[in-house]
Design a protein around this ligand. Structure first.
Ligand code: C2O
Ligand code: CU
Length: 483
């Protein structure tokens, strides 16, 4: 094992960081727009979770950490389908503890949602579970463990799932950038202090080593004249990345897999935990030029990757032409005027001033809550899953009026349905696009709207997974016969 100096000072800050390059990970191998799906719809697939040695690369060297991966890799295999395909995956649990797989952002029947223990019991070690459902939504999604995520997801149990549009947009290159951050100890190992008191009560587990597709500042080779689709996927437990592509003007085409009216990103692309953003980038750099992809995180400024104009100029003449709108996914009709209004007050955490909350049906003071590993609450309840936040019928519209009454940001995620943001801090939202995860800054208010789709119990939780386990978790119940 190559020993490296993967420490925070050298890697994430200072002039040294800006001079780093790493070999492009194989993950960066571009998929042509017409790439055959990695998994044919007719071919059932096995996805095995197991401990694995995981390599983080930096500057031609690498560090190996003890991780957990799917099919021996972190991220797990890129699952690629075409809209209308059927996903048919048998999950095999070779971990020393139970687990389950959640298909983040997709809208499967409730029994296939993988939200253990709400929609299925977790799969015990040595056992399997077959997930099978139709993929009706096109876009950039991901899959991850949904059991003890603050531990399992951080160790590497996640992967990207792409559903290609029936008619994909014309591009010269289609690249996926998986953003993660790791807590690496001074001797180059993955810190195993998962879910410690500080992480649970503050911003969640924030890393000291940011990676893109497993590498620190990988070089992404492009050619002048190409139009590139970049799919950003934030798989970090709690980190927020505000991304800038120096020298380029990306056009946002999708958020959380859902097509938006294309718009030029004049501000950094803010990508919270679990969120995805697809952008079109026209490669307008000069041959030989190198442009950093930078991010501001909750802690510092990092160089995520470098766009290197190493290839001979090329492209198919798309640069400078209008960016087309992607195919929309099917939508329920929202009845905003007749909607049920549901308040959702987020409270607790360090410096939150919360006195106590209901835990397992009992009122507890903050001190007692802490002993139960609970620090946060939604409407005064810390993580109880007995009663839904709201019951709604299929087709019925609900407005959830969220108030972040805490000192930290939260990434609220709804399973099984997509929502639109109606307002922020009382002002109409700038863009009413469909999402599955929305970020709320400390003190912020946001109102989202959605309609009941498939019957069942659908989780609504903070995707800072430490917050989720420490109380920021509830569910909504769509009434009807669960499929
Ligand atoms: Cu990305 Cu409840 O999950
Ligand atoms: Cu949170």
């Amino acid at each position: 094992m190559a020993r490296t100096d993967l420490d925070r000072r050298n890697v994430l800050t200072g002039a040294g960081a800006l001079a780093l390059t790493a070999p492009a990970a194989s993950w960066l191998t571009p998929a042509p727009a017409s790439a055959a799906p990695l998994q044919a719809s007719a071919a059932p697939f096995r996805l095995t979770a197991a401990p694995t040695r995981h390599t983080l690369t930096k500057k031609g060297t690498s560090a190996e950490v003890d991780a957990w991966g799917y099919n021996g890799s972190v991220p797990g295999p890129l699952l690629r389908f075409v809209r209308g395909d059927r996903l048919d995956i048998t999950f095999v649990n070779d971990l020393p503890e139970p687990s389950a797989v959640h298909w983040h952002g997709l809208r499967p029947p409730n029994a296939m949602d993988g939200a253990a223990p709400l929609t299925q019991p977790p799969v015990p070690p040595g056992e399997t579970f077959r997930y099978a459902f139709d993929l009706n939504d096109a876009g950039t999604y991901w899959y991850h463990t949904h059991f003890r995520a603050w531990n399992q997801q951080d160790r590497g149990l996640y992967g990207v799932l792409i559903v290609d549009e029936t008619v994909p947009p014309a591009v010269d290159r289609d690249l996926t950038l998986v953003l993660d951050d790791w807590v690496i100890t001074p001797d180059g190992q993955l810190s195993e202090r998962f879910g410690n008191f500080h992480e649970l009560s503050h911003a969640g587990r924030l890393g000291n080593l940011a990676t893109v597709n497993n590498a620190v500042d990988p070089q992404i080779d492009v050619a002048a004249g190409e139009r590139i689709r970049l799919r950003f996927v934030n798989v970090a437990n709690a980190q927020i990345f505000a991304v800038v592509l120096e020298g380029h003007r990306p056009v946002v085409v999708a958020q959380d897999g859902n097509a938006v009216t294309p718009y030029r990103a004049d501000a950094p692309l803010v990508i919270g935990p679990a969120q995805r953003i697809d952008v079109m980038v026209d490669a307008v750099g000069a041959p030989g030029a190198r442009h950093p992809i930078l991010a501001r995180t909750l802690r510092e400024e990092v160089r995520l990757a470098t766009l290197s104009y190493a290839r001979a100029p090329g492209g198919s003449g798309l640069v400078g032409t209008p960016v087309p709108q992607l195919e929309a996914n099917a939508r329920p009709t929202l009845d905003l005027a007749g909607a049920k209004r549901v308040p959702l007050r987020m409270e607790g955490g360090a410096m939150g001033g919360m006195r106590g909350a209901m835990v397992n049906g009992r009122m507890m003071g903050m001190r007692q809550m802490m002993r139960e590993g609970k620090f946060w609450a939604l409407n005064g309840i810390a993580g109880d899953m007995d009663e839904p936040l709201v019951r709604l019928g299929v087709g019925e519209t609900v407005l959830v009026e969220m108030v972040n009454d805490t000192a930290f940001a939260h990434a609220m995620h709804l399973h099984g349905m997509h929502f639109i943001e109606i307002s922020r801090d009382g002002r109409p939202a700038a863009r009413r696009s469909w999402r599955d995860t929305t970020l709320l800054a400390p003190g912020e208010r946001a109102t989202i709207a959605f309609a009941g789709e498939s019957p069942g119990r659908w989780m609504l939780h903070c995707h800072m997974v430490e917050h989720q386990s420490a109380g920021m978790m509830t569910f909504v119940e769509v009434e009807g016969e669960r499929a």
